[in-house]
Design a protein around this ligand. Sequence first.
Ligand SMILES: Nc1ncnc2c1ncn2[C@@H]1O[C@H](COP(=O)(O)OP(=O)(O)OP(=O)(O)O)[C@@H](O)[C@H]1O
Ligand SMILES: [Mg+2]
Length: 313
Amino acid sequence: MGHVIATTNMKGGVGKTTLTVNVATALAKYHNKRVLVVDLDPQISATLSLMSPADFARLRRDGKTLKFLLQQEITGTPGSLQVREAIQAYGGSVKGLDILPGDIDLYNDFLVSEVLYRKAIRNPERNFEKVWGKFELSLMKAVLDPVRSDYDFILLDCAPSYNLVTRSSLTISDYYLIPAKAEPLSYIGMQLLERQIRKLVESHGIDRQQQTRLLGIVFTMSRNIFAGRHYKRVMDRIRKEFGTAQIFKASIPMDVSVAKAVDSFRPAVISESNSAGAKAFRAVTKELLDRLTPQSARLSGENKGPVNLTKLD
Ligand SMILES: Nc1ncnc2c1ncn2[C@@H]1O[C@H](COP(=O)(O)OP(=O)(O)OP(=O)(O)O)[C@@H](O)[C@H]1O
Ligand SMILES: [Mg+2]
């Protein structure tokens, strides 16, 4: 069974999508892995980093995006669209890389509440919270279980909000990866995320072996002033709070070729492979693979398990 990794941070614009698509592409291109990118964000940035808007529009017209798979689960009518029909092979000639396209409206909150409310009142216990919890646990599991064994890696590009799909994804992921800018607000965002994940795991009673674990924090969009006193102070604080072992040694520099790559639907690791950004993404990918090796002390030793942050409680 492969690894399911959610790229997540409650803070927006920290480089989640860029990290996801570049690491996914590098895993397929340079490490011969079978990789699926799942776009969970209605901004559809991961989708549009890997395919043209025209291709996306065609898939949407044909009813082959994540929205239609979620809808089937929400309305309790699975079957007409299989997840394999919605998954697309990446068109940019990287063998082994697939994408499950997202959608600009993934699901309707009102419909979810209505369906779950009806379910709850039919149940003798009339426990809405319990019905909701069960649904949260099953939603993304139902979508991805049929293809889990097809891939070495399934990378989930989360939206910058802690919504139903983010939570459901965290319940099925083996690990989560946090991209972060070295800024004080980013530090708060990480603390909030840790706290939410801890609550999520507790509320669902997920046992320790099944819990999502922090794979690491990747500093993104670093600039030359990164080494300046202010940034160093922020990074030291993050290291102290999360532990040095949780921080990736490689960081991603600010590099215009990384941003430009979106225009060609070819992530920088293949379109600008000699750029500083591409090299950094390859280094992060290599480190990610090292962290997942069974002998990796970081994951098998004392740092196992989500970081326990209590300061915000
Ligand atoms: N290393 C980099 N160098 C230059 N630009 C970058 C780099 N990484 C990301 N960007 C640009 O910064 C912007 C935000 O990046 P990205 O979309 O990956 O962040 P995000 O965390 O996924 O955002 P959101 O929270 O909205 O989903 C994008 O325009 C992207 O092209
Ligand atoms: Mg994004």
